[in-house]
Design a protein around this ligand. Structure first.
Ligand code: MG
Length: 345
């Protein structure tokens, strides 16, 4: 197996605001894994508020010695080895995991949703994110989201109520809410949530800072809406520490090292009766379609990455009745648009 990479920058259609920061682009690293005549693609998305950069991804990938493995289908051994190299680097690991899945699907001549025996009719519609912005821009973005059946709204600023009222002035669609740890007081948080419950809201993600364990547990007991952990959970091993604090978890490939661990997390969370959201960072079709292979197993889908960028290096995904349309293309089904230069690691 031969690994190569390409640095790329995803340009956002609208500057993206969440509680804490606003940005116009997101760096990514694309990876290509070649074996005989087959090629698999993977992606590491690197939002600036997280620790990884293009440079840390490459320095991690330089430590990976794939010559130890002769057969790409030896997926558990390969990914266990990759995970053992360093403790962190979850996005770099996800890039390799996605490329390996893509490669294996192509060798086996099957899309991953078939290898998972996923029933695509059960896939929930994906939400599209409305970031924190001026009231006029919030209304414009809501109107632009006409093809989507669910709106994901970023809250945690002083204008929370005004943002929801602006959306409700132009749309009655269900909304999900992501506070990104923005509310600092549990009584204030509960008041917000009780009001949101009257506004056709599905759930509230990460309402308070992740270290406020007692307050989050109190909120879970009192909230009329499901409370979902995002910043509070990264990997499989974190599930036990949040299972009694939240009603559910947000699984993202970039946090949990990729499709293999995400699938294990889904199975365990189901056994614990936790709700499951599958989410994303700013991502191209590559990481997006990789996550979508698993989307039939979850309660809510927030895979809007490629719809928020203007320079997707892969073919754009399509929607059918608000759901991500998965094809029968082998692997994860992402098709590179044009000649992107890849360099050997
Ligand atoms: Mg979130």
């Amino acid at each position: 197996m031969k690994l190569s990479y390409s640095f790329y920058s995803l340009q956002l259609i609208h500057p993206f605001g969440i509680a804490g920061n606003t940005r116009t682009h997101t760096p990514i690293v694309l990876v290509k894994l070649a074996y005989e005549n087959f090629v698999g693609y993977g992606e590491a998305s690197l939002p600036p508020y997280l620790k990884e950069t293009q440079e840390t991804v490459i320095s991690f990938l330089r430590k990976v010695d794939l010559s130890l493995f002769k057969n790409p289908l030896d997926i558990i051994s390969i990914l266990t080895y990759v995970d053992s190299i360093e403790k962190e680097n979850t996005a770099a690991k996800a890039a390799l995991d996605i490329a390996l899945h893509d490669l294996i699907g192509k060798i086996l001549q099957q899309p991953w949703h078939q290898l998972y025996h996923a029933d695509l009719r059960k896939m929930p519609a994906t939400s599209i994110t409305i970031g924190i912005d001026s009231i006029d821009v919030v209304k414009t973005k809501t109107r632009e989201a006409a093809n989507f059946d669910v709106l994901k709204v970023k809250l945690g600023s002083r204008q929370d109520k005004a943002i929801i009222e602006a959306i409700r002035s132009v749309s009655t669609k269900p909304i999900s809410v992501d506070v990104n740890q923005g509310w600092k007081d549990k009584y204030e948080a509960l008041e917000h949530i009780e009001w949101l419950a009257t506004q056709n809201t599905l759930f509230v993600e990460q309402p308070m800072p992740k270290d406020r364990l007692d307050e989050i547990a109190w909120l879970r007991e009192n909230s009329p809406l499901p409370i979902i952990a995002d910043e509070s959970i990264q990997r499989f091993s974190d599930i036990d520490s949040v299972k009694d604090l939240y009603h559910g978890i947000n699984i993202k490939l970039m946090k949990c090292t990729g499709m293999y661990e995400a699938y294990q997390m889904i199975k365990y969370a189901r056994a614990l009766d936790l709700k499951i959201l599958i989410g994303c960072m700013n991502e191209s079709s590559c990481a997006n379609l990789a996550a979508a292979q698993l989307a039939s197993f979850v309660d809510w889908v927030d895979l809007d990455g490629p719809f928020m960028i203007s320079n997707n290096p892969f073919d754009d995904p399509t929607l059918e009745n608000g759901k991500l349309a998965l094809t029968n293309d082998f692997g994860i089904g992402c098709i590179l648009k044009s000649d992107i230069p890849f360099q050997m690691i």
